[in-house]
Design a protein around this ligand. Structure first.
Ligand code: ZN
Length: 435
């Protein structure tokens, strides 16, 4: 036990020694991101602070006098070991800030037993590399319990992002029409969380590495009016009563164009409303399910090779035969000739594989936890329902079946039934992995 205490003390000194590196990193940070205000979360009495860059002729005592602070507080805040050794260009934190200082906005959080800087970053939804620079520590260096860690306040969730056994949350500041946001929650004990966003059920999935850490995807309907919508998170407390909190997350407009689709007369009849509706109900029954296991991680690969470019992106507002804008493009179209192989972008189970009137020869993959991808207008289907597929496995061939004006692949992504931009999942690892 005595050894542990001593080792804790030994860790303390390098940390203070590294404060100078920290202050320099701060200067760099401020240079990159503009002015901040310094407000330690732990001590409101300390108030604001700023930074001051040492110039020729400065002494620490002179600087203390100039900013009306005690020499002691300056030494303590900056971790200065020899007050006679300050250098021109050195950046000092000034308690209380004031005129002549650059404002800093940092918050202090505290390490738990056994945590590394990277673990702290994960717990607070921070970028580990930024914290490493800011604190002059390696990401994997172990911290002593209670060790203060500086984090940029701007990237911290607003303070009420915890309740009961929900220790921390990372909420998106805003969501974009047709895009998918991600929410992280860390709990103090294993919790079964439920949530709704904009009235839609949201599915929480624990990460592989840490059962106390869960993520949920927040799909935004492409035509949802830009305004704030409530996110409500609930769990059952130990006393059996549900505990809930509500946050408002604003939706902002996506950048989508409007396109007129001209249909030949013999295909026009396919838009007969009852037929369209019956088919929609059929596919909706499939993609509304939530299977228990997330089958895929990281990013999707493309369902057709890179040479086949996008002919119509997700989200384009659509009118048919110059009619009013009544719908939007619920998927991503790739221009590819008939017969081009269509492959699974990630692991999944075939949930539907059959000819449909509007969507033509169609395949739907279930990737688990309410995430489905669809492949329409195929000329040939090469999978059967219930079949497990791996990333890269052949699903079928590009075609022109169903309501289609030329050979192409329509690729669709549904999350809890909401169509969202599938290309975001090619670019960002939104599922499963820790940020
Ligand atoms: Zn399409």
């Amino acid at each position: 036990m005595k050894d542990e205490v001593q080792s804790g003390i030994r860790h303390t000194w390098p940390w203070y020694g590294l404060l100078q590196a920290l202050v320099l990193a701060l200067a760099l940070w401020m240079g990159l991101t503009g002015a901040f205000r310094w407000r330690p979360e732990s001590a409101a009495a300390q108030g604001n602070a700023g930074t001051y860059t040492v110039v020729a002729g400065d002494t620490l005592a002179g600087i203390a006098e100039r900013f009306g602070v005690s020499l002691e507080s300056l030494i303590q805040l900056n971790g200065i070991q020899n007050p006679d050794l300050i250098q021109v260009g050195q950046v000092l934190l000034i308690p209380g800030g004031g005129e002549g200082t650059a404002a800093v906005d940092l918050a202090v959080v505290y390490a738990r037993p056994g945590e590394s800087l990277r673990a702290v970053a994960l717990r607070y939804g921070q970028d580990a590399a930024v914290l490493a620079t800011l604190n002059g520590q390696e990401e994997h260096t172990s911290l002593f319990p209670g060790q203060p860690v500086l984090v940029p306040r701007e990237t911290l969730p607003p303070s009420p992002l915890r309740f009961g056994a929900v220790a921390t949350m990372s909420l998106p500041d805003a969501l974009v029409q047709g895009r998918t946001g991600r929410l992280w929650v860390t709990t103090r004990r294993p919790l079964s969380l439920t949530a709704t966003w904009n009235g839609l059920p949201v599915v929480f999935t624990p990460t592989d590495a840490d059962p106390l850490r869960q993520f949920a995807l927040l799909p935004v309907p492409a035509l949802l009016a830009p305004q704030p919508y409530p996110l409500i998170i609930t769990y059952q407390a130990r006393n059996g009563f549900p505990l809930s909190r509500t946050w408002q997350i604003p939706v902002v407009a996506g950048d989508y164009e409007t396109q007129d689709i001209v249909l030949p007369p013999d295909r026009g009849e396919l838009l007969e409303p009852t037929l369209v509706q019956a088919e929609l109900e059929k596919v909706t029954a499939v993609w509304s399910q939530v299977s228990p296991t997330l089958l895929w991680r990281d990013v999707f690969s493309r369902p057709v090779s890179l040479e086949y470019v996008t002919s119509s992106p997700f989200g384009t507002r659509r009118s048919y035969n110059s009619g009013p804008v009544a719908s939007y493009h619920a998927g991503q179209d790739f221009a590819a000739p008939e017969g081009v192989p269509v492959v699974a972008p990630g692991d999944g189970v075939v949930a539907l594989a059959e000819p449909l009137d509007v969507r033509g020869n169609a395949v739907l993959l279930d990737h688990g936890r309410g995430i489905f991808t669809g492949y329409w207008h195929l000329s040939q289907i090469d999978v059967t329902p219930g079949q497990m597929v791996r990333q890269g496995d052949l699903l079928g061939l590009v075609g022109n079946s169903g309501l289609s004006t030329g050979a192409h692949l329509h690729w669709e992504l549904r999350i809890y039934g909401v169509a969202v931009d599938p290309m975001q999942f090619v670019e960002e690892p939104l599922a499963g992995l820790s940020p």
